[in-house]
Design a protein around this ligand. Structure first.
Ligand code: BGC
Length: 251
């Protein structure tokens, strides 16, 4: 386990979680702090919460921050499961100002890309070559895509069309919860989703992440897909770890 530290914040529709991270070992360095996402989850309100979390740990260095949005050059271009005011917000600038940092000390990453970076570096994807897709099953479905370990940022495979509907409306973990589906009832939806994805993309490996991956043994064996699927290793901490290591690398 290493000693170099970074700081990651994972912004989701229901909670904002942050913590110092051991960026050599890929583990949280302290107990993480979670604060409910302010409603409405406007950029200013969320920035206040992020500042509160960073201040609680007395952290002074660079900060990696995730959003459930497509992010280019620090600007959010979409907003799924967060307030629409995020669209076209220069999030990197917003957080730099609110946290009293220079722009370069803030690294913005899509939430699924952050989780994928952590899995590829420290988890189920370590040393894996070829085309690897990490899917996070939560409120929505996030995706991150790696070719020979290199991230192709901002893939949005949660929004491919499956039987005429947005995939995440059919197969996200939140659908399982909202419709009170058993794993046996939910798994065919996930299979259908992955098989549709496989018509366009031929991954060598899929890593299944998100909170529901904690119970992977209950549903991964039920899936019928062409691509081998393995559970994520970092579970709920992947976003924080990925964001922190992205920021530590840029600093
Ligand atoms: C968003 C993605 C995000 C995923 C998981 C999707 O609805 O479009 O950007 O990664 O949800 O939060």
């Amino acid at each position: 386990m290493g000693t170099a530290r970074g700081f990651g914040v994972d912004i989701g529709g229901s909670g904002i979680k942050g913590c110092p991270v051991d960026v050599e070992g890929g583990v949280l360095a302290e107990e993480r702090l979670r604060i409910s996402t302010p409603q409405p989850s406007t950029p200013d309100a969320v920035a206040d919460t992020v500042a509160e979390i960073v201040a609680k740990f007395g952290w002074e260095g660079p900060v990696g921050i995730t959003l459930p949005c497509v992010i280019k050059n620090g600007t959010a271009l979409t907003a799924a499961n967060v307030d629409e005011d995020w669209i076209d917000t220069d999030a990197q600038e917003l957080f730099a100002k609110r946290l009293g940092r220079v722009r370069e000390e803030i690294v913005m990453v899509n939430d699924a890309d952050a989780a994928g970076l952590a899995e590829m570096r420290f988890g189920a994807g370590a040393e894996r070559q070829g085309l690897v897709v990490v899917l996070t099953f939560g409120t929505g479905i996030g995706s991150s895509t790696f070719l020979n370990g290199q991230l192709v940022p901002n893939t949005e495979f949660g929004h491919i069309e499956v039987d005429g509907r947005d995939a995440e409306e059919e197969a996200a973990a939140s659908v399982k919860d909202n419709l009170e589906l058993t794993y046996e009832e939910w798994a065919p939806r996930v299979s259908r989703y992955v098989r549709t994805l496989e018509r366009f993309l031929w991954p060598d490996l899929i890593i299944a992440g998100g909170g529901v991956s904690k119970k992977a043994h209950k549903w991964l064996p039920l899936l019928q897909t062409r691509t081998p699927i393995v559970p994520a290793k970092l579970k709920n901490d992947a976003g924080i770890v990925g964001a922190a290591s992205a920021a530590a690398q840029h600093a």
